[in-house]
Ligand binder design. Structure first.
Ligand code: ADP
Ligand code: MG
Length: 265
């Protein structure tokens, strides 16, 4: 048998074995890397490791894609897409958070700031980074979380739902404070925060400072207890300045704003 036929037969066998292992990319990597391995004088072990590495990398990438899709993120925004020149103080903390250490420590992240300063963008970006690091993530607005918890509560399944949610390494609650909570809703939200405390991470975004949260939760005591649990192990990042959405719109020259400013002068 010539070496060429041996190779062809072997490749066929690899195709068959890779299919049996449900590792289809091994076939392609084995063929593609074989010649390179011979030319570069790789050991058998180097070659095997390189082939397996391709399969593992591809599996991780498709796992991350599945987790990103399942998380319900509003848009695929990443840390790399974020222009930190507009939020210089956020650069260092965000880069540290992107490594994901806070998730294994069950710490929280709170992003505060006026509309358009990038809170949702950064929350989603941290969510995507977490998915890529192998964590399960769920993203929803505060209003949607309340709807979900209320439904579970009405069916007598709140405890089960909270336990199930703890299997997610990260839960993102966007837009806390856009709408005030009714008393029942505030209690449900408190239970979500309590059930994750020191077990799994939360990211919250809000356009309100903590001092205004009592108004959102309708109760000073509930708000204080909640903030205490959220902030005990948390990075609180305050975003500042004008809305990024309006940065190139020449908003300061729009007639209505100009008139307003002139009337203030
Ligand atoms: P917020 O949630 O604080 O209201 P968003 O995160 O929704 O603000 O930001 C509004 C829009 O502007 C989004 O499309 C977001 O991607 C973009 N954006 C905000 N800040 C930045 C930034 N510093 N760099 C790049 N895009 C930004
Ligand atoms: Mg937002």
């Amino acid at each position: 048998m010539s070496p060429k036929t041996v190779t062809t037969e072997t490749l066929k066998q690899i195709t068959h074995l890779a299919a049996a292992l449900k590792a289809p990319r091994v076939t392609e990597a084995a063929a593609r890397l074989a010649e390179h391995a011979r030319d570069a004088g790789w050991t058998h072990e180097d070659y095997l490791a390189a082939v397996l590495e391709r399969e593992v990398a591809a599996r991780n990438a498709s796992g991350a894609q599945l987790r990103i899709r399942a998380a319900g993120m509003p848009a695929v925004k990443t840390i790399e897409d974020f222009n930190f020149d507009h939020q210089p103080a956020a650069r260092t903390p965000l880069q540290a958070l992107a490594s994901g250490a806070y998730l294994t420590e069950h710490r929280n992240v709170v992003l505060l700031g006026p509309p358009g300063t990038g809170k949702t963008h950064l929350a989603a970006a941290l969510g995507i980074a977490a998915c890529r690091q192998g964590h399960r993530v769920l993203f929803a607005t505060a209003t949607d979380w309340i709807a979900r918890l209320s439904e579970a509560h009405e069916r007598g399944r709140l405890a089960g739902e909270l336990t199930r949610l703890r299997r997610y390494g990260l839960i993102i609650v966007d837009e806390v404070g856009y709408l005030p909570f009714a008393q029942d809703a505030a209690n449900l939200f408190f239970q979500l925060v309590s059930s994750r405390y020191e077990h799994a991470s939360l990211i919250l975004t809000s356009n309100l400072a903590f001092s205004s949260w009592a108004g959102v939760f309708g109760d000073q005591v509930v708000a204080a207890a909640m903030i205490d649990r959220i902030v005990h192990h948390a990075d609180v990042i305050a975003l500042k300045g004008a809305s990024y959405r309006l940065r190139d719109r020449g908003v300061d020259t729009l007639p209505s704003i100009k008139a307003e400013q002139e009337s203030l002068d």
